[in-house]
Write a protein that binds this ligand. Structure first.
Ligand code: TXA
Ligand code: MG
Length: 322
């Protein structure tokens, strides 16, 4: 099978209704989508991604009005967050209704719900009688795709269709928020910042895990990683090896040849940097360097927290299976 890439929403709807797994665009990253009620299709998502069964999928729904069909005992602050940020890059972890299969939630009593902010995918969701279970459309552990081409390059042989919605506008995965005793807890950083969440609901905890048995089991060290080892350094560190790449935020490394570098945002804009991050990592990963260097954003606040989080996860760690 070689995936067709196109913009045919009816075709995407037909294939999904027929039990196929296809790629869909969202504002964060591309998703690998299946009918959330079709257990065979859901099993195929895990198989195609080589994702361990203990790592649950996000369920994408058409709008806030659908939330009560899929979640129950919804805290009022969860509703406030949904009202403030949906459609958008926020995933809410809530007690699941029975209708959500345990195969999607990896046996958990909670379900991760999100309304993506992408016109094609919203239109697709609104014409389907089921929500879409969809993790990011990359092989498990690798960098998430932010274009149809990224998906094609890695999963083109495994799926029949890639719905091409152009380059992802946000570029990094959604902020994940759960609730413990009705207190919001951030499980994964994203472009929606802890400050923005606190503004809506007040007291918010942050529990971004990196252990092997976290609440959000996907939050392991080896996530979002290129195959070439990535090391975090700074612009002042001397680098003499000519066969290395550099991923720069705004200022290139003075000792590395410019063609071996990608600058995420010349003006130092964090949104632009997030949007370019994964394409840049993929590009450097394909240049056969012995390693890639990068540096963390200096001002680790606001949206920069999420970028630094992804860089740390992508960087080489001795306890990963890369
Ligand atoms: O932006 C995004 O969230 C993208 C787009 C496609 O929507 N999706 C995405 O999915 O990043 P994925 O599967 O790569 O990451 C979802 C994360 C995983 O780390 C998973 O462990 C966590 O969500 N998750 C899913 N269900 C959960 C639950 N019930 N409780 C805690 N964490 C959950
Ligand atoms: Mg992922």
């Amino acid at each position: 099978m070689k995936a067709e890439t196109g913009q045919d929403i009816d075709k995407a709807a037909y294939l999904l209704s027929d039990g196929e797994v296809i790629a869909i665009p969202t504002e964060t990253v591309y998703g690998l989508a299946a009918n959330c009620f079709n257990l065979k299709a859901v099993a195929n998502v895990f198989k195609i991604k080589k994702r361990p069964n203990f790592d649950p999928l996000i369920v994408h729904i058409a709008g806030l009005q659908a939330i009560d069909r899929f979640a129950k005992n919804i805290p009022s602050n969860a509703r406030q967050l949904a009202e403030a940020f949906w459609p958008g890059p926020l995933t809410l972890v809530l007690p699941k209704q029975d209708i959500i299969p345990f195969e999607v939630t990896s046996g958990l009593d909670t379900v991760a719900l999100r309304v993506p902010k992408h016109s094609m995918t919203l239109s697709l969701l609104s014409q389907l009688p089921f929500p879409l279970a969809a993790p990011s459309a990359n092989p498990f552990g690798y960098i998430s795709p932010t274009s149809a081409e990224h998906v094609f390059n890695q999963l083109g042989n495994d799926i029949p269709y890639i719905l091409d919605g152009g380059p992802a506008q946000i570029g990094i995965e959604s902020t994940i928020v759960g609730f413990e005793n009705e207190i919001p807890v951030i499980y994964r950083y994203g472009i929606i910042t802890p400050e923005q969440i606190k503004k809506v609901v007040g007291n918010t905890l942050i529990r971004v895990h990196t252990s092997s048995n976290p609440q959000a089991p996907g939050m392991l060290h080896s996530h979002y990683a290129p195959r070439t080892p990535l090391f975090i350094t700074d612009l002042n560190t001397e680098i003499t090896n000519p066969n290395v790449g550099f991923l720069a935020f705004s200022i290139p490394h003075p000792q590395i040849h410019p063609t071996n570098q990608v600058v995420l945002s010349e003006s130092g804009n964090v949104f632009e940097a997030a949007r370019n991050l994964y394409a840049a990592l993929r590009k450097l990963d394909n240049m056969n360097f012995s390693c890639i260097y990068t540096s963390l954003l200096e001002d680790e606040s606001g949206e920069a927290t999420a970028i630094n989080d992804r860089l740390k996860r992508a960087s080489f760690q001795s306890d990963t299976h890369k």
